[in-house]
Design a protein around this ligand. Structure first.
Ligand code: 5GP
Length: 185
């Protein structure tokens, strides 16, 4: 199906769904800076491995790493649980491209945690590599929708249980490159 997109001054219509501005880039930038400051302190003297969850996590990861001066390694993994719909399919497919993680301190960088099931799967896959530690950094967290017990060490914003796009997050492949975050009205 071809995606239909209509821009207006105060909203975006995608395939008939209306999205309104929610978090400005200015707010994202300053929150990400804060998280970077904390990571800088927590990982002093270590060389953490940032495991960036593709595709959405690259936007958050790039913004985060701009503000870090500690040495670090970057790896990526792809997790798929959504098609063009706005609900969790419950199935998560993982395409992991990193190895050599034994004894390393991992920080998983994700754009959003909704039910937490994707993150749970990612953690149990990464544990097979016997890392020294695994922490989670997510830009957005729908805490009220969590269906699993997750310790999220670095979180940008806790948001309501509504579908959002922008800053890495798409709907039907649209919206990833929006500078701010938009929410379904
Ligand atoms: P979970 O397994 O935590 O339910 O879902 C995680 C994945 O679902 C995220 O990595 C993201 O790809 C997708 N997702 C969850 N909520 C949203 C949302 O509000 N907007 C978009 N675009 N994707 C979402």
């Amino acid at each position: 199906m071809e995606t239909s997109v209509r821009f207006s001054k105060n909203y975006l219509m995608i395939n008939g769904s209306k999205f309104v501005p929610f978090i400005k880039y200015r707010e994202i930038r300053s929150k990400v800076k804060e998280i970077a400051r904390q990571i800088q302190i927590d990982y002093k003297g270590k060389i953490p491995v940032f495991v960036v969850v593709l595709n959405g996590g690259i936007f958050f990861a790039t913004e985060l790493m701009k503000h870090l001066s500690i040495p670090l390694r970057v790896e990526t993994l792809k997790a798929k649980s959504y098609g063009n719909e706005m609900y969790t399919s419950g199935k998560v497919q993982l395409f992991l491209t990193c190895d050599d993680l034994e004894g390393r301190d991992l920080i998983i960088v994700e754009d959003i945690i909704d039910t937490g099931l994707t993150m749970k799967t990612i953690i149990s896959e990464l544990q097979k590599y016997k890392p020294n530690s695994i922490e989670i950094a997510t830009l957005l967290l729908k805490r009220s929708n969590l269906k699993t017990d997750l310790q999220v060490k670095y979180c940008g914003f806790e948001i309501p249980n509504k579908f959002v796009i922008g800053f890495g997050l798409d709907y039907a492949e649209f919206g990833r490159n929006l500078k701010g975050i938009y929410i379904l009205e």
